[in-house]
Ligand binder design. Sequence first.
Ligand code: RP5
Length: 171
Amino acid sequence: MNQTLVGMLVGIMLGSESDRPTMDEATRTLSDFGVGFEVVVASAHRSPDLVDRYVRSAEQRGLRVLIAAAGGAAHLAGAVAARTVLPVIGVPLEATGLGGLDALLSTVQMPPGVPVATVSVGTWGARNAAILALEILATADPGLRERLREFKAQMAAKIEAASGFNSEVNR
Ligand code: RP5
């Protein structure tokens, strides 16, 4: 499914360098689909000015979707959503003794008017953030939509092959 990279369309923001290994799952997925992305470390609480500069320049630089991943009392995704009308996907990460529940609640419970599309905690979320970003981009890209259809068909075929159920036989 590897494609030639086109455009720098997705900006991935990490609250810390320590978040990178988990978010490699997102970059791998975007690479597989040939969609260009950039990864920056920008902390909402340690470097708020950097977050501000990055997000305010994102749209003008051609980014179409932002993914923000952070752990702890994770307010990165909300801080990003406050500064842009680009869609923002939040990935809550496990960074404390609370197993990611703290980050999940901080990321998902945004007040009305400032949505953050929140995915699962950790690597599941990293992968789903990338797939959701692709689906958003695919609304304006029929080729990408076809590749996503193929991706979902392959997932279904894999389960079908392993399921042991065949409607023709198991009547
Ligand atoms: C958050 O705190 C980061 O997103 C990270 O998940 C967590 C711990 O950061 P470090 O102390 O490892 O830099 O801001």
